[in-house]
Write a protein that binds this ligand. Structure first.
Ligand code: PMP
Ligand code: GLN
Length: 382
């Protein structure tokens, strides 16, 4: 059972958050906001609990939320979905990822991800028994080399996983890159699993859902999550949409992972998905300001900074500061200066880990004064 570091072990988020708590450090490691999402959604969930909405939800999610997901995909992207057969609610995006990979891939097959890759892809591909192949995202813009991308595909490629906007790099794939991935997925008859949990956390480029590209829809499963869009990461409400037969396969596995997902949160998230456009644009604008504050702080502290186009993560390179091993630094940082960050090599296989060995990922979904305090502490690294 192989995760990115050769075992399923303890996730890097758990490890670094524990260290951060031990040393009362500012935790810019694990990505979670330090403020709740809209009070109105929180109130709706509390009312649902008070009303006695506390028993199992239908396995595929309550109809109101499945309708709201379909409406959201139509309103923002012009994608039409049948809420009965083409949408399921999951226990966070994490469960959607697990269900799709376990349902659709297995021994003798390959699953291709870009590298660095979000940790649960590696763990779930390991559990499925498939072989995990990778295509490198290269600094400074963290794009794949389109001239050689086809070398990462083979007749055994059963699935290609796209994560756009991308964790941990913050890159957003432009149309040209998405078009090439879709072309290759069609040529090698691979399913596309696209993790778009940061779809609304973007700072310039418009998010392009893979499912909107010609020829993609019939082979694409799209994942998103209320955790990111509405700042309720602890509610663990996510969803998966796509062609009925692929969704049905994932649902079969979901039955035995969680059976169903948090009932009182589902109607609240349905209301969230129906919020006015302002909510979505304001959330992104607030986050862009935070990105700039932390980016400036990291630059002043001597890091080379890669400002992200989306997500709530900044990658910072330590090489110029005479530090080559970001993983060792991340383990010392909470005690050393009271700031925690995630080393990027943990999102890679060994070769990619070498390529990213001096990169740290900092989360900026925190209150401005805390980011300013983190910047002051980082400045003492010099
Ligand atoms: N995919 C990506 C790319 C993520 O960054 C995260 C969590 N930050 C998830 C999936 C998991 O989402 P959830 O918390 O909804 O399970
Ligand atoms: N996805 C969040 C991150 O990348 C953390 C999720 C987790 O702790 N598994 O920081």
């Amino acid at each position: 059972l192989m995760g990115p570091d050769g075992s399923l072990g303890v996730t890097i988020f758990e490890e670094i958050t524990t260290l951060a708590n031990q040393h009362q450090a500012i935790n810019l490691g694990q990505g979670f906001p330090d403020e709740d999402g809209p009070a109105e959604l929180s109130r709706l969930a509390q009312e649902a609990i008070a009303r006695g909405n506390n028993q199992y939800a239908p396995g595929k999610g309550i109809l109101d939320l499945r309708n709201a997901i379909a409406e959201h995909q139509n309103r923002f992207y012009g994608i039409t979905l049948d809420p009965e057969h083409e949408v399921i609610v999951t226990t966070g995006a994490t469960e959607a990822i697990a269900a799709a990979i376990l349902a659709l891939t297995g021994p003798g097959e390959e699953v291709l991800t870009f590298e660095p890759f979000y940790d649960s892809y590696g763990a779930m591909i390991g559990l499925s028994g498939a072989r995990h192949t990778t295509a490198a995202l290269l600094a400074p813009d963290f794009m794949p080399d389109l001239a050689t991308l086809e070398n990462s595909f083979s007749p055994r490629t059963k699935m290609v996983i796209i994560n756009n906007p991308h964790n941990p790099t913050g890159a957003m794939f432009p149309l040209e890159v998405l078009t090439e991935v879709v072309r290759l997925a069609i040529k090698y008859d691979a399913v596309i699993l696209t993790d778009e949990v940061y779809e609304h956390l973007t700072f310039g480029p418009t998010h392009i859902p893979v499912a909107t590209l010609p020829g993609a829809r019939e082979r694409t499963l799209t994942i998103s999550s209320a955790g990111k869009t509405f700042s309720f990461t602890g509610w663990k409400i996510g969803w998966l949409s796509g062609p009925a037969e692929l969704v049905a396969a994932a649902r079969t596995v979901k039955q035995f992972l969680s059976y169903s997902s948090g009932t009182p949160f589902q109607s609240a998230i349905a209301a969230g998905l129906r919020l006015e456009d302002d909510y979505f644009t304001d959330t992104a604008a607030t986050l862009a300001h935070k990105r700039d504050i932390l980016g400036e702080g990291l630059r002043a502290a001597g890091f080379d900074v890669y400002l992200p186009q989306g997500t709530y993560f900044i990658n910072a390179d330590t090489q110029k500061m005479g530090i080559t091993d970001a993983t060792a630094l991340a383990r010392k940082l909470p005690e050393l200066i009271g700031v925690a960050a995630i080393p990027v090599p943990v999102f890679c296989h060994p070769e990619g880990a070498l390529r990213t060995r001096s990169l740290l990922r900092f989360a900026f979904c925190k209150k401005v004064p805390l980011l300013e305090q983190a910047a002051e502490r980082l400045a003492t690294l010099k």
